[in-house]
Design a protein around this ligand. Structure first.
Ligand code: HEC
Length: 106
């Protein structure tokens, strides 16, 4: 009896884990974006307006059809004009991409 409950709990944990990991990546990506990108970009999910200088907001980037993980990584590793080279590690890039793509309208 007790052991069968254990199996059920184990199964529940296994199904929840990938979702939890993804949510953590998004949160970590959000923290990175606030730290490294918010100087220039509007990074907040709630942003309704961009900046007067026309820089893409992260929600606007996410909403573009042509935005892909590969394109985002390319943009954040190249020194895009005026943007410093952050030397982001692979995990930071992945988490930033996870955050930006999480802003995509459903
Ligand atoms: C110092 C200012 C600055 C910072 C900080 C900055 N960016 Fe940018 N970013 C820009 C500018 C300016 C553009 C507009 C495109 C250009 O001029 O190259 C841009 C454009 C982009 C684009 C769009 C490229 C395209 O194809 O439209 C992406 C994606 C991007 N930034 C990601 C990031 C991420 C992720 C971070 C944080 C790690 C970041 N940026 C931090 C200045 C900045």
């Amino acid at each position: 009896m007790v052991s069968s409950i254990r199996y059920v709990l184990f199964g529940v944990a296994l199904t929840l884990l990938p979702g939890l990991a993804a949510a953590q990546d998004v949160l970590r990506g959000q923290a990175l974006a606030e730290r490294w990108c918010a100087n220039c970009h509007v990074v907040s999910r709630a942003a309704t307006t961009g900046r007067s200088d026309g820089l893409p907001t992260f929600p606007a980037l996410a909403a573009r059809k042509e935005t892909t993980a590969a394109m985002l990584k390319g943009a954040m590793t190249a020194t895009h004009s005026r943007m410093p080279d952050f030397q982001l590690g692979a995990r930071d890039q992945d988490d930033l991409v996870a955050y930006i793509l999480s802003l995509r309208p459903q």
